[in-house]
Design a protein around this ligand. Sequence first.
Ligand code: PBG
Length: 338
Amino acid sequence: MTDRTHLVDAVTGHRRMRRLRKADWQRRMVQENRLTVDDLIWPIFVVPGADIMEPIAAMPGVCRMSVDKAVEAAREASDLGIPALATFPNIELSLRDETGSQILASNNLINQTTAAIKKAVPNIGIITDVALDPFTSHGHDGILRDGEIVNDETVDQLVKAAIAQADAGSDIIAPSDMMDGRIGAIRRGLDAAGHQDVGIMSYATKFASCHYGPYREAISTSGLLKGDKKTYYIDPANGTEAVRDAALDVEEGADMLMVKPGLPYLDICWRIKEAFGLPVFAYQVSGEYSQIKAAAANGWIDGERAMLETLLCFKRAGCDGILTYFAPEVARLLAKRG
Ligand code: PBG
């Protein structure tokens, strides 16, 4: 017998971490985090018209859907056990203007979608994004005046939009615009309109990231966007500032916090979960999705494993759920595995 005691320290030598990794049954016994269908929120893109499933080139496997198809998708999601959908509109360019006024229309594409899904599939949660970018002719999240995104005027617009969304049946309002003070203003507006039970999931820490590229193609804002969003989104270099930004949203009445993008910002997920204890959701954004799909299509990584591993990592980082374009695919996979 070879004496191997020299390989390990005399005191810690009895601790062999590999004992817990030696077999599948043992690994399952000590697994700390699990991904379940309850963790998934499915973002979908809606277009005007009927019977439309329009593939998005930059997001393989994702389509823009007409409202009727979105209702079918909601039914499928509900059958799979996915708790909620997040809806994003791609409206006609002719309806987009300087102030994003179409966001206020009670029957705009997003409100039509909410009403139709709520009627047909009442047991699925609907999360609606509140930001002007799908509705503006310049692709910014706020009102653009003299080259500047004006904060307070935008907030007034967002409050009205949030009330219209709640009137249409939205369960959770998700402001993604990063204007200051909008969470408190939206909370007050919803309450005054009798929507005390409508929740707010704040895109509390939203970074000025390159990873939104495919999404902008999906809602046709890439060609429109003038400049960038650095004057209102958070600098990717800043973690402490992101925690301070989230603190304001907590004070103003956010029920849930979101971190966006996801995987490059797991430290932020952890920090804000630890700091506030509110439910925290990560948005695995379009660029993160498309990177995995592209590498998998080239045979460079195992796409299914990358999908499962990245989603599990969000759980380890303290997230209560993930907005992900993989939602139906992963839900089907989880159902198959039982
Ligand atoms: C903006 C908004 C963005 C996304 C959702 N709402 C970012 C942007 O276009 O600047 C990105 C979602 C994704 O990339 O999947 N209100």
